[in-house]
Ligand binder design. Structure first.
Ligand SMILES: Nc1ncnc2c1ncn2[C@@H]1O[C@H](COP(=O)(O)OP(=O)(O)OP(=O)(O)O)[C@@H](O)[C@H]1O
Ligand SMILES: Cc1cn([C@H]2C[C@H](O)[C@@H](COP(=O)(O)O)O2)c(=O)[nH]c1=O
Length: 192
């Protein structure tokens, strides 16, 4: 089972993945977490580029689209272990939302694994900017407003749940557990 967390910067993906991992393991499931960009040499290059002042320009966005596609190929083997629940912090859906909702991104990610379930943590853009470190040039209101709009359109093509990430951490966690439970054979109504 390959479950992907998506959402704009600061939506709570890392926080919620850790809480869901604890919950699933407490219920006897084997869980592995992955994150994009990865900690590979490609991922490290990506993170350096994200901090460049020109990272939101068209040509750098196209460079990032190429690099993200290559970076995620390096973890493809991890995503196909059917004995585990794989929780991923981002996927090729981020490339569609952040770089461009276009065929060239879909072709580049032809071999990327399609998620069994996408949890879109939908957050108000102003909250995103206020929660972000400000290290990445992406973390600005105008850019993230466009990314959020892209997500709400793109997500329709996937098996998904939209989670209101504006709520408190524990309420968001409860909503996520209820959304995931039926997909992993757990009782949804047993979750507070
Ligand atoms: N529901 C919430 N309410 C208030 N603060 C939250 C909530 N969820 C997460 N936070 C806080 O917001 C910040 C970002 O959270 P987190 O790193 O989990 O988000 P993220 O989606 O992984 O971010 P990024 O995509 O930028 O890595 C952290 O300081 C975290 O404690
Ligand atoms: C996978 C992926 C990520 N991004 C962007 C989104 C974020 O602004 C940064 C780093 O991600 P993090 O969750 O903040 O650690 O990279 C992107 O533009 N395209 C992608 O495919």
């Amino acid at each position: 089972m390959y479950i992907v967390f998506e959402g704009i910067d600061g939506a709570g993906k890392s926080t919620q993945i850790n809480l869901l991992k604890e919950f699933l393991e407490a219920n006897g499931l084997e869980v592995e977490c992955v994150v994009e960009p990865t900690d590979s040499e490609v991922g490290k290059l990506i993170r350096r580029i994200l901090q460049r002042p020109d990272s939101t320009t068209d040509h750098v966005q196209k460079t990032l689209g190429l690099l993200f596609a290559a970076d995620r190929m390096l973890i493809m083997d991890k995503l196909s272990d059917d004995k585990k629940v794989i929780l991923s912090d981002r996927s090729f859906i981020s490339s569609l939302a952040y770089q461009e909702h276009a065929d060239w991104i879909k072709v580049l990610n032809k071999y990327a694994k399609k998620p069994d379930l996408v949890l879109l943590l939908d957050l108000d853009v102003k909250k995103s900017v206020s929660r972000s470190s400000g290290e990445d040039e992406f973390e600005n209101e105008e850019f993230l407003t466009n990314v959020r709009a892209n997500y709400l359109e793109i997500i329709k093509d996937f098996n998904h749940e939209i989670i209101d990430a504006n709520k408190g951490i524990n309420k968001v966690s409860s909503d996520i557990k209820k959304a995931v439970a039926p997909h992993v054979g757990l009782c949804k109504d047993c979750i507070l």
